[in-house]
Write a protein that binds this ligand. Structure first.
Ligand SMILES: [Zn+2]
Length: 375
């Protein structure tokens, strides 16, 4: 490891795990890959798998590093798809047309698509050696959705599959286009460094939480989440209807609105703060919100616990937002709060040595569990 100059074991571990992902993708016909796929479920794309409790820790870690819609996709951002027959890239969910997947660019169309998890090859057919897209919808489209579809078609003009070729990845971190642990580690690290320049504090990495959530937090604070305003800053425009916050349906979705000022999310914060009898803060940005430590919390360990609760809350808001936006789920305030309680308890129990409350103790009085320590 010395030669790599590894300083951060979490990031190094991510880079190593991602190498498995790379190899699984490129050697999917090899015996070992076939054994893994048959053991853990079919399909050719690791991201399409969902984790189950019966899976080995290694496999779960691998899935975690691969990420899904709700988390940072550092790996996806470092690869470029080269589309062949379209047998391996998912039409809506993989970033094969540009830096952002089509589901994020056209969330409304994605919602009404009958082919949400389809691979590109299943989204059309060859007619007289030219490719014809055949998109299917769950229902009749509104006029404005038809216009969106035309925009999508415009974007697809230059992107037809190439028969006889295989889909592959080009690794942007190396001139050769092949994955190396060294370049992945330095990619993750340089993003972190860029993140700190943008204001994401290094303290994120020591909060008791799963690595994927820390990456999510880092990305949120570096303004890297695909919220409507962040997409707009990358010249990706979203139709008016989709630009609204999924919770309050009143304001345009910006990251600041979504995590801090949205009237619905503010109520969520009020619940968390009511555990320790503290009013909601009025911060001017996400970083200030993060740095706000409620009065009753002052010992180091308590601060650590509070930060976990903060991460759980923002992460749950983001997950819920994605489910509402992409899966058309309806939003339920009580289950969001319940989810925050469950995850906070899980993470504090597994990522700290000092937190020793039962789940029912935690649920009946979270404030007491957060503050009692050392008092
Ligand atoms: Zn809102």
């Amino acid at each position: 490891m010395g030669g790599l100059g590894v300083k951060n074991i979490t990031r190094f571990n991510m880079a190593l795990l991602a190498k498995w992902r790379w190899s699984l993708f490129h050697q999917n016909d090899s015996l070992w890959a076939r054994v893994l796929y048959s053991r853990y479920g079919g399909g050719t794309n690791l991201c399409a798998q969902s984790s189950s409790r019966r899976d080995s820790i290694w496999w779960r870690d691998l899935l975690m590093v691969c990420g899904g819609l709700e988390q940072d996709n550092w790996f996806e951002r470092k690869i470029k798809w080269r589309i062949g027959s379209g047998a391996r890239a998912r039409f809506w969910l993989d970033n094969w047309t540009g830096p952002i997947c089509l589901a994020s660019v056209f969330p409304r169309l994605f919602t009404i698509s009958e082919q949400q998890n389809h691979f590109i090859q299943d989204m059309g057919s060859w007619t007289d050696s030219s490719w014809v897209w055949q998109l299917q919808w769950r229902r009749e489209r509104f006029e404005w959705e038809i216009q969106l579809e035309q925009q999508l078609m415009q974007q697809l003009l230059e992107c037809s599959p190439r028969a006889e070729q295989v889909d592959s990845w080009w690794w942007l971190g190396e001139p050769s286009g092949t994955y190396t642990v060294r370049s992945a580690y330095s990619a993750i690290t340089s993003e972190v460094v860029v993140g700190s320049n943008n204001g994401a504090p290094n303290i994120i990495w020591s909060i008791p939480a799963p690595p994927k959530v820390k990456i999510f937090a880092w990305r949120m604070m570096s303004r890297g989440l695909p919220t409507v305003d962040n997409l707009a800053s990358r010249s990706i425009t979203i139709s008016d209807n989709d630009a609204l916050c999924v919770f309050c349906k009143q304001d345009i979705e910006t990251d600041y609105h979504l995590f801090c000022t949205c009237s619905v999310v503010d109520k969520v914060w009020k619940v968390c703060l009511s555990w320790i009898n503290c009013p909601t803060p009025l911060p001017r940005c996400i970083l200030e919100h993060f740095n706000f430590i409620p009065g009753p919390i002052y010992q180091n360990v308590q601060v650590e616990y509070w930060r976990t609760v903060w991460l759980v809350t923002t992460w749950t808001v983001w997950r819920t937002r994605n489910l509402c936006r992409f899966n058309d789920n309806s939003f339920c305030f009580d289950s969001l709060v319940k989810e925050i309680l469950v995850h906070s308890w899980r993470w504090l129990s597994s990522f700290t040595k000092t937190f020793r409350y039962t789940f029912s103790q935690w649920c009946s009085n979270p404030g007491l569990c957060l503050c009692r320590l050392g008092a």
